[in-house]
Ligand binder design. Structure first.
Ligand SMILES: C[S@@+](CC[C@H](N)C(=O)[O-])C[C@H]1O[C@@H](n2cnc3c(N)ncnc32)[C@H](O)[C@@H]1O
Length: 246
């Protein structure tokens, strides 16, 4: 079996997330949109759990949109992100960080009003476990940015040019797409599912593409094709999934 890589080894990405949390790099569009959705749609938002939080950079967008104080716990599987986040946000006692796995959270049942999981679900196996954990620890509203299409596609992006005798890549990352039925089967009678379109900034992606196409390769850098976002050859149907718990 090839080795599943969950971002730990991506040091350039560590620096990028650190700069976002420090406010040196701009807010992510996804962070802005999820914060606005929480403001508009969540029952209340005094306590927020962010699973796969990276360096906790969503806090900056949440603070802008939510205005009121809120308690925040960021959980991430990558130790370096938790070390960086703890240092960056050490002045605010409402913000805490924990090393952990979204599929097995060390958090009490229904202890957060809202939970977020952004850009993480496409890259992990066993998303049923992850979503059930988010439902378990949340009182009212779960928001997940993930890829949702009309069928389920499990995609392994090879991170090495070595393959075993079964054709499995030596090291890989998942970029998985799920469908509405898959999600409804996980949610069952625990809540109602809403799916919102992703409000990505087309001009920002085009700018990013022009800056990166010579480094990454023109067919590999993230790009817009006929209004859709592509990562390499894969179209990315980014959506915000909202589970309104009963
Ligand atoms: C693409 S980053 C997204 C960071 C941030 N949520 C955002 O939207 O910018 C994915 C994050 O998920 C974390 N991660 C991956 N697998 C995880 C797991 N099983 N449990 C918790 N965090 C995980 C990675 O360490 C990484 O910080």
């Amino acid at each position: 079996m090839g080795k599943w890589n969950y971002w730990t080894e991506r040091s350039y990405y560590h620096a990028e997330l650190r700069d976002r949390a420090k406010g040196i790099k701009s807010e992510m569009e996804a962070a802005k949109q999820i914060s606005q959705l929480i403001f508009n749609k969540a029952k209340s938002y005094n306590s927020i759990l962010d699973a796969g939080c990276g360096t906790g950079h969503f806090i900056l967008s949440l603070e802008k949109k939510l205005k009121d104080d809120f308690k925040y716990l960021g959980v991430d599987i990558t130790e370096q992100h938790i070390i960086d986040a703890t240092e960056i946000f050490k002045e605010n006692k409402n913000f805490e960080f924990q090393l952990g796995d979204v599929r097995d959270l060390d958090v009490e049942d229904k202890s957060y009003e809202v939970s977020i999981c952004s850009n993480t679900i496409p890259h992990i196996p066993q998303i049923g476990k992850a979503i059930n954990e988010l439902i378990r620890v949340t009182k009212n509203d779960v928001f997940i940015r993930m890829l949702v299409g009309d069928e389920v596609l499990i995609t392994k992006k090879a991170l090495s040019d070595k393959f075993d005798e079964n054709g499995e890549p030596d090291s890989f990352m998942y970029i998985n797409i799920y469908d509405k039925n898959y999600l409804n089967n996980i949610i069952g009678d625990k809540g109602e599912l809403f799916i919102y379109d992703d409000e990505f900034d087309q001009d920002a992606i085009i700018k990013h593409y022009n800056e990166h196409k010579d480094i990454a390769g023109k067919n590999i850098a993230t790009r817009i094709v006929e209004g859709n976002q592509f990562k390499g050859y894969l179209m990315l149907p980014w959506k915000i999934v909202h589970i309104k718990l009963y």
